[in-house]
Design a protein around this ligand. Structure first.
Ligand code: ATP
Ligand code: MG
Length: 587
């Protein structure tokens, strides 16, 4: 993989396909009963009020990540924009693996991204395992029409006889079994008369097809396993590539959008649906599959296996660790649904695999937060500033706007007193060239307050500056007529020490220090950024004490922060850095 990461232009070829189908009325003849089912069932229904039907079909075996967000925004976004419906479908045809915890987290994340499945007076939330009866009938139908057979070759024989990319496969000795024998054996498979792996049902297509996926693919296998939904009713389960087109068809999906690795499966997808339509089990027009490039994001791993490893080996604190690309993690980090939708739109949908720069995602988050987040003041690396000519025990109100471009958001009061916290980097004992902030003899404005003149400083036993001294110029308060009487070049933020909320703040950074973790035969774990989180004690303006979990703010001059939803207590929020104001990673 090249280390260069070009940005693909935002285009969406699938949108064009949908527009064309709507214009040509490809799907207008569809009828739909108010639940999934076969051709006969849907024939009893009304014309489908939905112009198109898409679906988001996760397997409930893990948490959703940023890659899924692309698929969600695409599928639900198309439905929203074209008067259609996107079905929320749990692809739970594989026994043993699924868990309720994942189902709950997935539905939460899709809703959080701003999408839903209630439309035309129906809830379109489906479980593929509810279609096992239909899938079984579909398999029987293929056997009856001479399109499927029970194979008793060993797995090894099947592998060898499948052939290679350059050599055709060989027909199984069981391929020409009479229909009645195939049916009887298939029923025995269902009835638990045979052991796992002793036989499979295969589609009868073409062992010499240049597309290996058409060389009599398996469609049903024996697996004596308990399913979370159907219990022990079944000991045979459909293969994914057989189940998926059937799920789409019974639900009346029109555009079935998947990632590129399924491109070679498309001919089988069409074959299955066509045969079952010929047999009268499904009605025309049939669903069509379209493939797009999955999201690859620099500095991020999206593989389920790697995410599990990061959690299990405790490189992160859990599935919702704010450094993980899971949606529950991104949410705790302060990333917003609007930001994800903007990102999905901006990167577009293409057919060519590529890497998207992580900064594009961060820029989307910044853009949304810049427009929406209220401003607050936070001193992250505090040292004391004492205004020696300000009376001890006195304080006064300063007024800070909540958003510089949105006066309608009002302002809040920040108290000023004799002792303040300022950022360590806002003072220099000996200023470098071009430094306009505090140094002995210089004047700066305390933002929303007075102009002050630096008069001196103290050092601790280690020689570090511990206190800075200054005097304020009484007529220069921001918002008063005299404010502009003294011109200064520097403007610094501050928090009154007597009023500050002392808080835990986590400064998160990228989890990986390499753009392509694990590239060039490295172990991706060796690319972990050792400084991906720094926990500090910061001094915040008093209003932040009341921040509710998930409230997002811009800490002026620092970046965007969110009140953590897990570790905050009422009146004692903890803050996570979502993203800095500017990109610090650009070389
Ligand atoms: P698995 O390896 O377990 O199949 P998966 O990432 O494919 O994992 P699914 O639950 O099957 O997980 O995915 C649900 C949907 O999300 C699929 O339709 C898939 O195309 C889409 N999807 C998954 N990863 C990405 C990605 N990186 N970019 C875009 N879409 C993705
Ligand atoms: Mg998958």
């Amino acid at each position: 993989m090249s280390e260069k990461t070009p940005v693909i232009p935002a285009s969406n070829f699938i949108r064009n396909i949908v527009e064309r189908d709507i214009e040509q009325g490809t799907y207008t003849s569809r009828r739909r009963a108010r639940s999934p089912g076969d051709a006969k069932h849907h024939a009893t229904g009304e014309p489908d009020p939905a112009k198109i039907r898409t679906r988001f079909p996760p397997e409930p075996n893990g948490y959703l990540h940023i890659g899924h967000a692309k698929s969600i925004c695409l599928n639900f976004g198309l439905a929203r924009d074209f008067g259609g419906v996107c079905h929320m479908r749990f692809d739970d045809t594989n026994p043993e693996k699924e868990e309720q915890e994942y189902v709950d987290s997935i539905t939460d994340s899709v809703k959080w991204l701003g999408f839903g499945w209630e439309a035309f007076g129906e809830s379109h939330l489906y479980y593929a395992s509810n279609y096992f009866d239909f899938m079984y009938r579909a398999a029987e139908s293929l056997i009856e029409s001479g399109n499927a057979y029970v194979d008793q070759q060993t797995a090894e024989e099947m592998r060898v006889n499948r052939g290679t990319l350059t050599e055709p496969g060989k027909n199984s000795p069981w391929r020409d079994r009479p229909v009645a024998e195939n049916l009887a054996l298939f029923h025995e498979m269902r009835d638990g008369k045979h052991a796992d792996g002793s036989m499979v049902l295969r589609a009868k297509i073409d062992m010499s097809s240049p597309n290996i996926n058409l060389r009599d693919p398996a469609i049903y296998r024996i697996k004596h396993a308990t399913h979370h939904n159907t219990g022990d009713k079944w000991c045979i389960y459909p293969m994914y590539t057989f189940a998926h087109p059937l799920e789409d068809a019974v639900e009346g999906v029109t555009h079935s959008i998947c990632t590129l690795e399924f491109e070679d499966q498309r001919p089988f997808y069409d074959w299955v649906l066509e045969k079952l339509a010929e047999n009268g089990l499904l009605a025309y027009p049939l669903p069509k599959q379209y493939e797009f490039a999955r999201l690859n994001l620099t500095y991020v791993v999206l593989s389920k296996r790697k995410l599990i490893e990061l959690v299990e080996k405790q490189f992160v604190s859990g599935w919702d660790d704010p450094r993980l690309p899971t949606l529950v993690g991104a949410r705790r980090r302060g990333y917003s649904p609007e930001g994800f939708r903007l990102f999905a739109e901006r990167i577009g949908v293409s057919k060519a695999d590529s890497w998207i720069e992580y900064t594009i995602l961060e820029d989307c988050m910044r853009e949304v937060l810049n427009a929406s987040a209220e401003r607050r003041i936070a001193v992250l690396d505090p040292i004391k500033l004492v205004i020696d000519n300000y009376p001890e025990g006195q304080s006064e109100d300063c007024h800070a706007p909540n958003h510089p471009q949105k006066p309608e958001l009002g302002h809040r009061v920040v108290p000023l007193s004799r002792g303040l916290w300022i950022e360590r980097e806002d003072f220099m004992e000996e200023p470098v060239k071009g430094y306009f902030r505090l140094f002995p003899g210089n004047t700066v404005r305390l933002r929303y307050g007075y102009v002050v003149k630096c008069t001196g400083f103290e050092k601790d036993a280690d020689g570090n500056v511990s206190v800075v001294h200054c005097e304020y110029l009484p007529d220069t308060k921001s918002g008063t007529p005299g404010a502009d009487s003294v011109k200064v070049k520097g403007n610094i933020h501050w928090v009154s020490a007597a009023h500050a909320y002392t808080a835990e703040v986590r400064l998160y950074d990228r989890l990986f220090k390499e753009a392509h973790p694990g590239a060039g035969n490295r172990d991706y774990l060796d690319d972990i950024n050792p400084d991906s989180v720094k926990t500090i004690t910061a001094q915040l303006e008093p209003a932040l004490k009341e921040a509710k979990p998930e409230a997002r703010f811009q800490f002026e001059r620092h970046g965007y922060f969110v009140a953590d939803s897990r570790d905050s207590q009422a009146g004692k929020p903890v803050f996570n850095r979502t993203v800095t104001l500017r990109d610090a990673w650009q070389k």
